[in-house]
Design a protein around this ligand. Structure first.
Ligand code: FE2
Ligand code: FE2
Length: 361
């Protein structure tokens, strides 16, 4: 299987990066219409066929909240205050701090980087909204359709809450990163509901649970904490849907289908990782006197790189793929080589919110 964005790859020491140029990124952003195949599937079975999905749907109904009236939008989120730790969570303030930049500069970089990252999460939420609409059409059982429809409402609320946060509290929405646009289109264009579920519900929802959990644990701003806590509880249900559905899919899959899903998963995650935040650095680093390529070179060359780079992947997505049998002897070394996998292949165990959304066994 050919690597994604093959023409934008370069090597940096032992590591292969994806570095997309400005013109290509502009093209990707202009591409608003995506040709999407959908197999619409009726069902005449109005009873419940998949009890665990029906239970998840019930859980989703109970978990609804209102992004306008349940959030205290008068609470402050200020550029002049730290809201995440200075070092460790965000790239630019960490690098600037190591280089001896003053506290004010690090704080400004942290605010800008967060605005950029939160904007990418917003675009990801829009993709999830679109994709769940597709699943509502394509999934075979009524339980899955009910569940996907309830997730459509969740994702609309996430687009609403994050865009309001960016507009009201930050004042900027950064455009989508080139790498992210390519990968999200790949999921939306996937030919079957199984691949769409694997791509969005396992890979991207799994990444989202990891990212939101890290922000939640680091946040010292009450408004941000409240928004993230609410979104993450929803995302945990979405990740649970991915796990429950994919467990059934892999049971029925042929060895060839398993290999195909295994390669698809690796290709998506490898490409995301190969960008190493270069898309963000191109937009923001020059403002702080940093050279994007130098920053990445410093990262991948550092001793602890595999350990901290793998953190977000090892939180949920990689352990889930390993449990599903979608990371095997055949691919495990590839994950380790690019520092997506590190240490125990099952990571730290299942996230508490995801666990609460899974049937107790
Ligand atoms: Fe979401
Ligand atoms: Fe989601």
């Amino acid at each position: 299987m050919e690597k994604l964005l093959a023409e934008y790859r370069k090597t940096l020491g032992d590591f292969e990066i994806v570095d997309i140029d400005e013109a290509k990124i502009a093209d990707l952003r202009k591409q608003l219409d995506v040709d999407v195949p959908i197999d619409l599937h009726w069902t005449w079975n109005y009873g419940s066929e998949v009890e665990e999905l029906r239970a998840l749907y019930e859980r989703g109904k109970r978990g609804q909240w209102n992004a306008e009236s349940d959030i205290d939008w008068t609470a402050p989120f200020e550029r002049s205050e730290w809201f995440l730790p200075k070092v460790g969570l965000q790239l630019m303030p960490s690098v600037l701090s190591i280089m001896g930049a003053d506290d004010e500069t690090c704080k400004q970089a942290a605010f800008d980087e967060f605005a950029w990252t939160f904007s990418q999460l917003l675009h990801g939420e829009q993709a999830a909204l679109q994709l769940c609409g597709q699943l509502t059409n394509a999934c075979p059982t009524l339980d899955a359709k009910y569940y996907a429809a309830s997730q459509v409402a969740d994702e609309a609320r996430h687009v609403e809450v994050i865009s309001k946060f960016l507009q009201r509290k930050i004042g900027t929405i950064y455009p989508i990163s080139g790498t992210l646009k390519v990968l999200l289109d790949k999921l939306l264009e996937a030919p079957t509901w199984k691949t769409k579920t694997l791509g969005m519900q396992c890979l991207f929802e799994g990444m989202a649970v990891g990212i939101f959990d890290m922000i939640q644990k680091g946040s010292t701003n009450p408004l941000l904490s409240d928004v993230i806590r609410r979104v993450k509880q929803d995302e945990a249900r979405h990740a649970a849907f991915g796990i429950l559905t994919m467990r059934r899919v892999v049971q029925d899959a042929t060895p060839e289908e398993m290999e195909e899903m295994e390669d698809f998963s690796f290709n998506i995650l490898e490409t995301l990782n190969a960008n190493q935040q270069l898309d963000m650095l191109h937009d923001l680093a020059p403002k702080y006197g940093l050279d994007p390529t130098n920053v990445v070179q410093m990262l991948v060359g550092s001793e602890e790189w595999a350990k901290f780079n793998s953190d977000v992947f090892m939180h949920t997505v990689v352990p889930n793929l390993a449990r599903l049998g979608l990371i095997t002897e055949r691919t495990e070394d590839r994950y380790r080589k690019v520092a997506i996998m590190y240490g125990d292949r099952f990571g730290q165990g299942t996230d508490a919110d995801v666990l609460a959304s899974l049937p107790q066994s």
